[in-house]
Design a protein. Sequence first.
Length: 422
Amino acid sequence: MAELSGDRAAAGRARAKAGAFNPCGEGGRSVTAVLLNYNSPAETMFRCLDSLREQTHEDFRVLLVDNASSVDILGEVAERYPEVELLRLDRNYGFSGGINRGVAACDSEYVFLLNFDTVVEPECVAEMVKVAAAEPVVVGVAPKIMLSHHPHIFDSIGTALGPDAGAFNQGIGQPDIGQYDRVEPVFGSCFGATLLRRCAFREDQVGPLDESYFMYFEDFDWCYRANLLKLEFRTAPAAVVHHEHSASVKDKGYNFKYRLIERNLLRTVIKNYQRRQMVKIPLRRLRSHLLNAIAPRSGRAGVSWRIIGGFFTDFFRFLPKRWAVQRRRLVRDDDILAHSFGEEPYFSPTEYCPIYSLDTLVAAYRRLYAVSGGERALDIYKGLEALNQSKARGDRVLVEERLGRLLAGEPEHVRDFAAKIG
C-alpha cells in the first residue's frame, strides 16, 4: 500500500512493534509535522517546507504523505529537503485516509497536521507544545491561523459549532485586535493546522479520522468524538500560521465543497448527537435542501437532491457507527456546544474573503472587552453597536465619518477594514 522512506521512520516502526512509545500525556515533546500532498503546486509546497525548516522546537521531524499524485514533485522535494520523510500511497485515500496513514507511520508524542498552502512562523510548534504539555487532558491545540492575503484577519483560532451543527472556524473574518490573545478552551481545531496527541488516534481513544468522509468535516467529527470522551482543546495564540483559505478546491466551484460539507455534516449528526437533536437537525436541514431543490434558479437543485438522497442511504449505514460512539459518551451535547456560545463566522464561503461590515467590528470589540475589560474597548464597542442599530447605518458618508472618529488611534489594519465597509 505505501512506501516510507527514511531510516528514522523504519526505526520508529520497530519501536512501535516493541511497544516503546511514550504513552499519551506522559511528558514527551517530540513532534512530527504531517503534510498531505495531492497534485500540490510545487512552489506553494516549498514555501511551507521552508517555514518548517525554521521551527525552533528541537525534537521535530516532517513527514510528507503523497496521495498517489499524478503530478510528481517528490523527486524535487527529496533533493531540496533531504530531511523530509516521504510516504507514497498506492491511491488517493482522500484527506481522511491520507492523514490516518501518515499518523500511523509516526512515533512521536504529537502530530502537527498541516495543509501544504500554509506558512508557519518559527515559534509555532514550540508554542503549541507548551500549551499541550501543560494539561494532559488537552488532546488538541489550535494555533492562530491568519489569512495569507489578509494577514491581519483571522482564518481560524479553533473551531465552533452552531445550534444546527453548522461548523465554522472561530474568529474567521475578524480583524485581529487582541480579542483571541488568551489561551482558552475551544470546541476543536481546524485540521489545516493543528497539534494533536498521536495516541488519540488509537481505536481505544478517539480513533482515526472517518475515511468515509473523504474530505471536509472530518475534523469536526473527530473533535466532537474527542469532546464526548471529556478530552479538551485549547487555543495557542502565540503560535501563528498563515493560510491560503481553500486553495486546493477553489477551481472546483463552491457546489463541490458545499455538497461534501453538507453530506458529512449530516453524517456527523447521525453518529455523534443525542437522539433528540439527531432527529431535529436533519429534518430542519433537509427541509432547507428540499426548498433549494424545487426553487427555480436556486443554482443548487442538483446538489440538494443528491444531499437528500444520500442522507437516507447514510442514515442506516451509519447507525452501527452511532451505537459505537454513543456507548462511550461521557458528555451532553449542550455542554459541548457551550464552547461556541457567542461565536459567529464573518467570511464569504463563495467569494473566499472576509465580510466587511459593522457586525464584524462589533463582534471583534465585544469579545475584546469581554476578555480584557478595557474601557477603550467598551467605548468603541458601544459606539459601533449604536451606529449599527440606528438608521444612520444606511448613510455611507455618515458611517465613514463616525467610524473615522470612533477608530482614531486604533491599528492601521482596523481602520483599513472599516474603510471597506459598504
